[in-house]
Design a protein around this ligand. Structure first.
Ligand code: BG6
Length: 487
């Protein structure tokens, strides 16, 4: 196993150094780590890109792009200039073996090296092979693989197999930035650090679970990637299934990476595989049409730049699924995600079962108890309960017992990418996906993707700014349930 080496001389080598992810997320995250003294003095950030730039030209580009993605209150020009001194640009055509000599000449002293592959996954194998052939992969080196890791089980396996020729599993960090979000990490503490939840966290005390990751943004400039992926591959296969795992898993025997990942793997392996009939009944695909978002008129998906006019790619998915184990027998789980929805809202709703008997008779206006875990935009945990309405009669009304996580501590809340990058530097694998976990997720998703193709399933249109196609509400209504915003 690689040992944590926080203070070792460190090079963070970012492939795709001039790409969207770098200037929007990775460099802002590293800036925050720098500003809070979390990077050792001699940490360097080597940005690798195909543009024939020198470091000066790259810094100019980053200086124009990245500050917009750093919270204004955290941005300080002097600190930013000091941060930029850590950056070195190396121009490399990553598909050409001889080009790696340039990188090798910059990485000419023994250092802990983190290779962050923020490129198309089709390049992962050759980048690893070329790094190895110029002698840059030693026993300490780490590689971070950005999603999407493949487009189906076979391609994910092929990438994993190729990367495994050069890095052992303890050196591979498959990133899912949802696992770096504060509230997602908090979920484990909520479940396993509070005695009151565990006895109730199962069938029959829980009636249903819904997990929503709703976005207001459209596909933007990413159609080149997105149109070949769709919401299922882009969001469900990774982010939503990881959230599901944390909600549904058993308590791990320790917080060691493999113990946590073993439990998540069991959940993925317990997902009931969907037959064609299940797919027809329990899945909904949608695609947004023109509408309004945040008060502005916006285009439909088919009118977006670089989207083929006859595209059938889904920008919305809702699913009803079941977990085949004793804890969750008969409890329906609903997953939903989409672009151009009404609000940016990520939440997990645990709906508790109805009271077996009510002493209130006709006066019983009770609504189910619900635990509402909001991941974004704000981070909060609320428990919906019934109380007596003030007055002489006995009427009930629902109230929310609320915990605003932002207000609950003065401590700074780091962004997901900063937290995960620090984990990589420290050699902590808990919040990264293991190979078998990733493949188990694809193994469940694959039949749904092929089923949609076989059924010739056309995405249902929904107006931008709505909550998705009507069929999504109907999916819940069949179980006499409704999405949280409809209840
Ligand atoms: C990414 C997807 O992984 O997550 C994007 O590729 C999506 O399509 C993004 O917009 C959502 O992340 P967040 O942190 O903004 O919820």
């Amino acid at each position: 196993m690689t040992s944590p080496q926080t203070d070792a001389a460190l090079d963070i080598v970012i492939f795709g150094g001039a790409g969207d992810l770098s200037f929007r997320k990775l460099l802002p995250a590293l800036y925050m780590a720098h500003a809070h003294d979390k990077l050792s003095a001699d940490t360097r950030i080597l940005a690798v890109g195909r543009q024939a730039w020198d470091t000066e030209a790259y810094l100019k580009f980053i200086d124009e792009k990245s500050p917009d993605f750093i919270e204004t209150s955290s941005f300080d020009r002097v600190t930013w200039q000091a941060f930029l001194k850590r950056l070195v640009y190396v121009s490399v055509d990553v598909t050409s073996a001889p080009a790696y000599a340039a990188l090798k000449s910059v990485c000419n002293t023994p250092r802990l090296r983190v290779f962050y592959l923020a490129t198309a996954p089709s390049l992962f194998s050759q980048i690893c092979a070329h790094l190895h052939s110029v002698g840059l992969v030693d026993a300490q080196a780490r590689v971070v693989l950005e999603k999407p890791l493949g487009t189906d089980l076979a391609s994910a396996r092929a990438i994993n197999q190729d990367v495994a020729q050069y890095f052992n599993e303890q050196q591979i960090y498959r990133i899912d930035h949802y696992l770096g979000k504060e509230t997602v990490q908090n979920l484990m503490v909520l479940r396993f650090g509070n005695a009151i939840f565990e006895p109730l966290w199962r069938a029959p005390y829980i009636k249903s679970v819904q997990i929503t990751v709703a976005e207001t943004v459209g596909v933007g400039s990413r159609a080149g990637f997105y149109d070949g992926a769709g919401a299922m591959r882009d969001m469900v296969q990774n982010h939503l299934l990881q959230l599901l795992c944390i909600v549904a898993m058993e308590q791990p025997i320790s917080l060691d990476a493999d113990d946590v990942r073993d439990e998540k793997l069991k959940v993925l392996r317990s997902l009931r595989r969907m037959s064609l009939a299940d797919i027809k009944r329990d899945t909904v695909r949608g695609q947004y049409t023109a509408g309004a978002s945040d008060g502005q008129a916006v285009k439909g998906y088919l009118e977006e730049d670089n989207v083929p006019p006859d595209s059938r790619t889904e920008t919305f998915v809702a699913l009803r699924l079941q977990i085949n184990n004793a804890r969750w027998a008969q409890v329906p789980f609903f997953l939903r995600t989409g672009k151009r929805l009404q609000n940016r809202q990520s939440e997990i709703i645990i709906e508790f079962a109805d009271q077996p008997f009510s002493v209130f008779g006709k006066r019983d206006m009770s609504e189910p108890n619900r635990l509402i875990i909001t991941l974004q935009p704000e981070e909060s945990i609320e428990l919906a309960m019934m109380v007596k309405e003030p007055g002489t009669g006995l009427r009930m009304h629902p109230v929310h017992l609320g915990l605003d996580l932002q207000q609950s501590s003065e401590k700074r809340r780091a962004e997901a990418y900063e937290r995960l990058l620090m984990d990589v530097i420290k050699g902590r694998l808990t919040h990264f996906m293991r190979r078998d976990e990733l493949e188990a997720a694809w193994n469940w998703v694959d039949p749904i993707l092929t089923g949609w193709a076989e059924l010739d399933d056309k995405p249902r249109p929904y107006s931008a700014g709505s909550w998705g196609p009507a069929a999504s509400s109907a999916l819940m209504a069949r179980d006499e349930l409704s999405w949280f915003e409809e209840s």
